[in-house]
Design a protein around this ligand. Sequence first.
Ligand code: PMP
Length: 428
Amino acid sequence: MENSKLTSKDLFARSLRVAPGGVHSPVRAFKSVGGTPIFFARGEGPYLYSVEGERFIDFCQSFGPNILGHRDPDVERVLRETVELGWCFGACEPYSLQLAEFVTQHLPWAERIRFVCSGTEAVMSALRVARAATGRPSILKFDGCYHGHADSMLVRAGSGLAGEASSDSAGVSEAIASQTLVCPLDDEKTLEGIFLEKGRDIAAVIIEPMPANYGLLLQRPEFLHKIFDLAHQNKSLVIFDEVISGFRASFGGMAERLGVKPDLVTYGKILGGGLAVGAYAGREDLMDMVAPAGRVYQAGTLSANPLAMRTGLATLMKLKNQMVNDTLEKRTNEFVLNLKEVLSPGGFDVINLNSVFWIHPKSQKPLRSLKDLDGKMSAMFSKLFHKLISKGIYLAPSGYEVGFISLAHTEAVLTEALTKIKEAVREL
Ligand code: PMP
């Protein structure tokens, strides 16, 4: 595709005729930054190459799965080997067993695991287990956390009583929205109030323990511990949605960083090494409620397909054996220190947790919940985004998305990126 006469503009015009908004996932459409999306023909290590043949240093990395970069050679070798075995049997095979054993051996809270094909599916299924286990109807989530597009998670804080939610997408009925309660992040008081009033209805509290879908709203550990205390006092479950933070915040994700044992955990992204995977895992007694062991129904034609299982295992083994998360943490901390300096004249600051970073307008106080966010953000980010594109730097096309550093972002690549970002800020 690359270097032919194709242009991103033409491809997008064609796409608009066949797909809603021209895309297959909304944020790809550049709606929040303006302009038309770049069509990429291929990826290699830290780079993406557009159909026009331009090279970009890619800080989106497919929104997280590519922690080793595009086409990591160890993962690619396993992928090629697996193709020769066939890629979907709809029957038992040893590959999902190997990945399941690896995960359950290394993550103590994952006593049992079930593979699905996306983070959304993982969350939907974990919520079903929580409702079945407790016999309660409600789920408590936090405003600003994203958990995929299951109906009950497409809600936002209502304007009325604390905890009430209203649907945040057409097609989600108020009846479904009313079974989800919404609490602000970083707010013990409101959380206590919701539990006081509705604790007996709450099947589970679900949280991104490293909220990374509305910028990076890092929580105080005390707040996260408070969630456990209140939930367990009220006999509600705690679900950690580690679709982004799993195998990223540390090998064991935020559960490991915090030293906690959530009742259920959801994974995705890195777990499949870039192929379509999600999983939910957790306490044996809860997971054994899932069919065919128990009466919570959940199934999938393409679940645990060998390609995704083996690329996932190759990715996790490399992370573990080479202590990649430690390398990335050191590298990103240093990069972010320099990036702060480079972006400061443009009015931006940067925050990171391990290899996830977020560029945001400077602020006097830590950004921990939606009320801390600045309304100027989108406009400021759009200008920066397009300037960076002109310098060959690709970020996710929204100021509310985080950036990802992969193992392929070597120090040399990061230094090149800093030079280009500096030029971009100078020209802003
Ligand atoms: N949970 C979190 C925390 C996520 O970030 C995402 C996707 N970005 C999802 C769930 C949904 O995952 P998927 O897009 O694979 O359905």
